[in-house]
Design a protein around this ligand. Structure first.
Ligand code: GLV
Ligand code: MN
Ligand code: MN
Ligand code: MN
Length: 414
């Protein structure tokens, strides 16, 4: 299998492997083998420096936009109607190697393959690295693309703070980005004709098919809600059970309720992050703060599910003598990718190419509100993602590069 793409991709396959060798050590946490590349940290800066080097090595025009997204242009950026491809280089806590970087590396490799084949694009092509896609540090995902599309305002971004109390604008400024410049970037979007993001699949739909590459149809609506349960700190050894106002109980019951109600709704609800104050073994907690990530195939189901979880949490809080405060931190409506572009990708890659929805969020989903957008997924044999054990085989990844090169060629050279 690999050999077939070796021949098709030529030196671009070597370049693909070299890029992985360069990027794999960056931000890797030795103890877990996962990545900790959080926005505006030193690991992120290393990834960003790598991106700028890739642009320079190919003679591409490098741009850092007002929101901190990176662009590498083949052709004249101002010519308009560009075909843009790329993904992100940041990660979730202990994320896998592929979520994000596969799209960026494949974009450079696909452009290499396209140009090596002698093709001469007549539309500009840009490769992007969207900043802070995962939202691991400040809580809101897809910050770079949300700012660009105008669905996150400067005001809202300025109110984001990380777990150490560092405000997003201060983190940006410390990394050399002017936070006062951030905001909707209509001038940049006006240059773009289409955005195509290649991404490792984060499920096993393709594994059930003979296909290494699929095309996205839709992204489930999803959001993040913060549940604050305020109780009363007290001594674990001297406070009678009936005298306690223990927010841990409220939290535990809310987690169970979320799981049960999500199952009944045929949807998803996850509490994957929690913080406890004062966080002492021999003290009843004064505050438990848990973050709910919930997703469903449609918005009615999602809203109803989150309402039910909220009601369960509120009722239980009352029983526990705890004050509950529930805040929606971010929300992404359902995304139906551009029909014409999706159909075009399928016709380029072959009529039997699988077309599949996903529950995972992407910059492509945010951008689909303002420009025609599509996605390619590369098979993931275990479906595991947001984990160090995320995987994809090299032949499948090279098939992804070849597919993206074909898409770029069809879209820019015909
Ligand atoms: C991002 O990867 C998300 O879907 O949470
Ligand atoms: Mn992700
Ligand atoms: Mn991703
Ligand atoms: Mn994502």
């Amino acid at each position: 299998m690999t050999e077939a793409y070796e021949e098709e991709l030529g030196d671009a396959a070597d370049g693909y492997r070299r890029m992985w060798r360069e990027l794999l050590p960056v931000g890797r946490f030795q103890e877990t083998g996962g990545y900790r590349r959080f926005a505006w940290t030193s690991a992120d800066a290393e990834c960003r420096a790598w991106f700028a080097e890739q642009a320079a090595a190919r003679g591409l025009t490098y741009e850092l936009d007002r929101n901190g997204n990176q662009w590498a242009w083949y052709g004249d950026p101002d010519a308009g109607d560009a075909v843009v491809t790329g993904s992100h280089l940041d990660s979730v806590p202990d994320g896998g190697a592929y979520d994000g970087p596969l799209g960026v590396i494949s974009s450079f490799a696909a452009l290499d393959a396209l140009l090596a084949s002698g093709a001469r694009p007549t539309r500009p092509i840009a490769i992007t690295n969207f900043v802070d896609e995962e939202g691991a540090r400040f809580g809101v995902a897809c910050v770079g693309s949300r700012l660009t599309a105008g669905v996150l305002t400067q005001d809202q971004a300025f109110r984001l703070r990380d777990a150490d109390g560092i405000w997003l604008p201060d983190a940006m400024a410390a990394a050399g980005q002017d936070p006062d410049a951030i905001g909707k970037d209509e001038a940049r979007l006006a240059r773009v004709g289409a955005y195509v993001e290649l991404h490792v699949e984060q499920g096993r739909s393709l594994d059930a098919t003979p296909h290494a590459v699929g095309v996205a149809s839709a992204i489930w609506p999803h959001g993040r809600w913060r549940f604050d349960f305020h109780g009363e700190a007290n001594h674990a050894g001297t406070t009678r059970l009936e005298d306690r106002r223990d927010p841990m109980l409220t939290y535990a019951n809310t987690v169970l309720a979320a799981r049960k109600k999500a199952k009944l709704a045929g949807a998803l609800a996850t509490f994957g992050k929690v913080s406890v104050e004062p966080n002492g073994t021999n003290a009843i907690a004064s505050l438990v703060r848990g973050w709910l990530d919930s997703r469903a195939a449609d918005e009615t189901t999602l809203t109803a599910l989150v309402d039910e979880i909220t009601a369960a949490a509120t009722e239980r809080a009352e029983r526990d003598g705890v004050r509950a405060e529930i805040v929606r931190e971010s929300y992404t409506p359902v995304v139906d990718f551009d029909d014409a572009l999706r159909d075009r990708l399928v016709s380029i890659l072959g009529p039997d190419t699988p077309v599949l929805p996903t529950g995972a969020g992407h910059d492509a989903g945010i951008l689909s509100g303002v420009i025609p957008t599509a996605m390619l997924f590369v098979r993931n044999p275990t479906g595991v993602s947001h984990s160090p054990s995320e995987s994809a085989t090299e032949p499948d990844c090279l098939a992804g590069v070849a597919a993206l090169a074909k898409v770029l060629e069809e879209m820019t050279c015909r």
